[in-house]
Ligand binder design. Sequence first.
Ligand code: PAF
Length: 281
Amino acid sequence: METIADIEQLRQLIQGWHRAGERIGFVPTMGNLHEGHLALVKEAKKRGDRCVVSIFVNPMQFSAGEDYDSYPRTLEQDQAILEGAGVDLLFAPSAAAVYPAGNGVQTRVEVPGISDILCGASRKGHFIGVATIVCKLFNYVQPDLAVFGEKDFQQLMVIRRMVTDLAMPIEIVGLKTVREADGLAKSSRNGYLSTDGRDKAPKLYETLKLTAKAIAEGDRDFSRLEANGLEILQTAGFRPDYFTIRRADDLALPSQQDRDLVILAAAYMGTTRLIDNLNAA
Ligand code: PAF
């Protein structure tokens, strides 16, 4: 596996693959890879002839005071993992190459309506940063398909909308969340948890499951179910940001008739912000 930081060099290699008629699968990441990322790689390999992974901790999607500086950067370990997974190419550009004039003056991609709610409400500008970097990465890598995890449900929706609205000829594949044995969604941020926090963290998924079960059994009192969820999380030692039941296709508040639902949650355990979601009907 080759690691490339240079954008021109990347373009040349990719052009050669396209000329040879090869289908390129792409997995954008911020590194510190875990089994969740490996599932995305496996899917990209299954669907394409070539598999490209990017590692770039994107400053534009972090707000002031968030974990940009402390975000785990484990390039050598990640390279070994990707090599073992049979990835063809790792693209790992520098922030200076991606944002030569700084990300403050970068043209922005904004997906309206779904970018400033839920995680976008507490992390101002986060989804503009995500959409902008994913758009740039798509332009560098020119993939035929790209694979993202459903753990970041809102992010996946933002990316799908961007690709549709900007007519990008890229197939977006969403993949089921990979979990630890106790249900906690795999995330690079799990490494921040204290031993005690790690013990308590699976309660997030348990609360989602409990709520999905109640909905499946016919409980349509969404406000009460949300209030219950928040209370369970608080009692379990979380500081919840939101626990909400939405329509799965547009994240709008559901009516009593809506059946395709998603329960989304974000909550702090100590200083670690965890997110998770579960479909319900
Ligand atoms: O999900 C992530 O790791 C990031 O938000 C992404 C999609 C790689 C963009 O920086």
